[in-house]
Ligand binder design. Structure first.
Ligand code: SDX
Length: 443
């Protein structure tokens, strides 16, 4: 079975775009390609050959980098679909293993397929015992994301039997290994920071429960995972599993386009996710709330967020694609209040401050006019805080969730008959050619 549905480009649409070069009157016909839904694309693959010009789109705000059948986002309508299924329905009715199967293979599993997949993942959750020695090289106070980057990249030194990207079986085994081992490595980074012994995964626990058990259990006594926290974590993992061609997924695809092994590509994705404008935002939200400190200071920070000369931005607000409410944020908001209520933390000062910031930002004209709604990171940071997870671990858990999306997109890229090494061009703005001047002749 191929790990992903092969991506068939929808038949090219009848229409084309005609480009006219005013200085010469030359015209160029650019075909338009239709997808199954969402914006069409103008096929510019021949543009440079025919016009001698590149397109120019820093940040890729208007650029489709690939054809994909995995995740669909309509930012204006606030729609997010995983293989066609609305995120709200998956968050409420599915579980993370089933969502992993869906993202990887394209359809919801049968009972037998789901049980086999769950077992395959479960029996890959241990890491090679040698990997425990990698941690010894890090300081105990290293940022967990730095450790994750290093250790996940090192996996390629252990699993040579699943690094041949041309072999579908290798790709499937590497995909399963990454999905299975990320929680174990995440929990190890946490335990290492505490100076506590690593806890092995348990095959009798479900994915979310296993992760929480490895993080919070000790060899000294039995530990029962709180079902409220396990349910909240399961929902967070589902909501963060994939998100179209975001920065870290595009990093994984670009790294993979050179033929790099999947472990190295996922390590590259982890590095990109770490940025505060991306997956690091949930950690940045909590750091921002601690800096604001009290509800009385909110107006000052809202003022700073609007000030073009002030680099301060309201962490957890805004999104490149969603110019309506992020549908994940709605589910996260509901989960956030459930967790706060069920843990009796409604009046926890920092969380109360967060709710007041949300209320004010949703009413403030600047944020309303620029459609800067709370995003998924705003609420995940608050839930993780309520769950007692240290701030520095927030993006690590985001990386655990997103690994299946990265892996599914990587497989799709490798299997895409149209894929080639990613190699963007540029608008050159530097010096034109000039002669070298020996140092004794320089001014
Ligand atoms: C994630 O891509 C994905 O899918 C990412 C993600 C995923 O699941 O993979 O959804 C996860 O990364 C969510 C985003 C988490 N990041 C943050 O919460 C950091 C704070 N947000 C901003 O950095 C910003 O909103 C971005 C980076 C998320 C989006 O930036 P864009 O699309 O480049 O938008 P922009 O910077 O062009 O902003 C448009 C305007 C600007 O003002 P003008 O220049 O038009 O006057 O809105 C302003 C910005 O100054 N603005 C903000 C703001 N975000 C945008 N002003 C204050 N606070 C903010 N948070």
């Amino acid at each position: 079975m191929s790990t992903t549905k092969s991506v068939e480009l929808a038949t090219p649409a009848a229409e084309t775009f005609t480009l006219t070069e005013n200085s010469t009157g030359r015209t160029f016909e650019l075909p338009v390609i239709k997808g199954t839904t969402g914006p069409n694309v103008i096929d510019v693959r021949k543009l440079y050959a025919e016009t001698g010009c590149f397109t120019y789109d820093p940040g890729f705000t208007s650029t489709g980098s690939c054809a994909s059948g995995i995740t669909y986002i309509d930012g204006d309508a606030g729609i997010l679909l995983y293989r066609g299924y609305p995120i709200e329905e998956l968050a409420e009715q599915s579980d993370y293993m089933e969502v992993c199967y869906l993202l990887l293979y394209g359809d919801l599993p049968s009972v037998e397929e789901k049980e086999k997949f769950r077992r395959d993942i479960t029996y890959h959750t241990m890491v090679n015992e040698q990997i425990t020695y990698f941690f010894r090289g890090f300081r105990r106070d290293s940022h967990p994301m730095a450790v994750m980057c290093g250790v996940v990249g090192a996996l390629s030194a252990f699993y040579h039997d699943s690094t041949d990207i041309t072999d579908p079986h290798h790709r499937m085994v590497a995909s399963h290994r990454l999905i299975a081992k990320m929680p174990t490595i995440a929990a190890m980074t946490y335990k290492y920071s505490l100076g506590q012994p690593f806890m092995y995964p348990r095959n009798d626990l479900k994915y979310s429960e296993n992760l929480l058990h490895m993080m919070y259990a000790t060899p000294c006594e039995s530990y029962d995972v709180n079902p409220v926290l396990a349910r909240a974590l399961r929902r967070i993992l589902i909501l963060h599993a994939d998100h179209e061609q975001n920065a870290s997924t595009s990093t994984v695809r670009l790294a993979g386009s050179s033929g790099a092994n999947p472990f190295a590509c996922i390590a590259a994705g982890i590095a990109s996710l770490w940025g505060p404008a991306h997956g690091g935002a949930n950690e940045a939200v909590l750091n921002m709330l601690e800096e604001i400190g009290s509800k009385h200071h909110i107006p000052e920070y809202i003022k700073r967020a609007k000030d073009k000369d002030d680099p301060f931005r309201l962490m957890g607000f805004g999104h490149r694609v969603y110019k309506n409410y992020d549908p994940r944020a709605k589910v996260m908001q509901k989960t956030c209040h459930e967790v706060l209520d069920e843990l009796g933390m409604k009046d926890e000062a920092l969380l109360e401050l967060a709710m007041e910031l949300e209320r004010i930002a949703l009413e403030d004209e600047y944020f309303v006019e620029k459609k800067l709604y709370p995003n998924v990171d705003f609420y995940s940071g608050i839930i993780f805080r309520a769950m007692g997870i240290p701030t520095s671990m927030f993006t690590v858990l985001f990386a655990v969730a997103r690994t299946v999306g990265w892996v599914a997109q990587w497989n799709e890229m490798v299997e895409d008959p149209l894929q080639k090494i990613g190699r963007p061009r540029q608008l050159y703005t530097g010096e034109t050619q000039r002669r070298y001047t020996p140092i004794d002749q320089r001014g």
